[in-house]
Design a protein around this ligand. Structure first.
Ligand code: 5GP
Ligand code: ZN
Length: 114
């Protein structure tokens, strides 16, 4: 996958270390880190180290890489229930225009209230 970065993109800046992040797993193609506005404890993001806005712009090579990383994060976070979420475009609630997969733990109601 050829490297491509967009100077104005906050996720490209995170990959380059120009914006700090709490890094989780990094590979040649991929970077993952904790979400700054977590929907639950451990909410993580997986992104390609290649600027692309939407899923269909990514090579299959990256798609084959992203899900095993999301799986590792879900296991490491230790939440038995979780959502994998991926938004494409403003009408689909994408705010940051650099493809990302959310890994969102869904704690049981008892652990949320306790
Ligand atoms: P979207 O709505 O585009 O699918 O989700 C974007 C996500 O990126 C949001 O959950 C938001 O909290 C997260 N986010 C936005 N800016 C930053 C940042 O600078 N650092 C981190 N770690 N997460 C960010
Ligand atoms: Zn980018």
């Amino acid at each position: 996958m050829a490297s491509k970065s967009l100077a104005s993109c906050i996720f490209c800046k995170i990959i380059k270390g120009e914006i700090p992040s709490l890094k989780l797993i990094e590979t040649d193609l991929s970077f993952s880190f904790l979400d700054i506005g977590p929907l639950s404890k451990g909410h993580a993001l997986v992104i390609p180290k290649y600027h692309a806005e939407k899923l269909h712009e990514l090579p299959d090579e990256y798609l084959a890489e992203a899900m095993p990383i999301a799986k590792k994060l879900a296991l490491a976070i230790g939440a038995p229930d979780y959502n994998i979420l991926q938004n494409n475009g403003k009408n689909a609630h994408q705010v940051v225009p650099h493809v990302h997969f959310h890994v969102i733990p869904k704690p049981s109601e008892s652990s949320e209230s306790g």
